[in-house]
Design a protein around this ligand. Sequence first.
Ligand SMILES: [Cu+2]
Length: 150
Amino acid sequence: MKRFLMLLALPLLLGAASPSVTPKPSPALIHASHAWIRYLLPGLPAAGYMTLTNTGDATTRLVKASSVDCDTLMLHESKTESGTATMTMVKSITIPAHGRVRLAEGGYHLMCTKPKMTVGGNVGITLSFSDGSNLLLLVPVYGPAGPREG
Ligand SMILES: [Cu+2]
């Protein structure tokens, strides 16, 4: 009983010793919003778009994406150089602390090869980050026009 009381008292003593102690930085905390997949045809790769927001104090990197509904789910970047659009695989996508990254047409995106999905359905995607955390998403599937309104 005596030891228990001492353990309880310890945080109070530490707090008293340094009243202006700065809070420990929080780890990266990632939220995904506006996620969707553009599905064209069974034989063509489908692209995944979303906004990744980091509300934590630490920068992290998206290092891997996977889905049982894709043969592979790659991290891609589109670029246009002297009028020619190209896509390259990237090893990671950095999401700065208190920042956000958009995966959108003409930039970063997920590329799903041999997609097994239907327009109107959902696809489960797992995003893995450099700090070892994972984010599980259920992402709606749209046709070529995407989720445009009107
Ligand atoms: Cu691509």
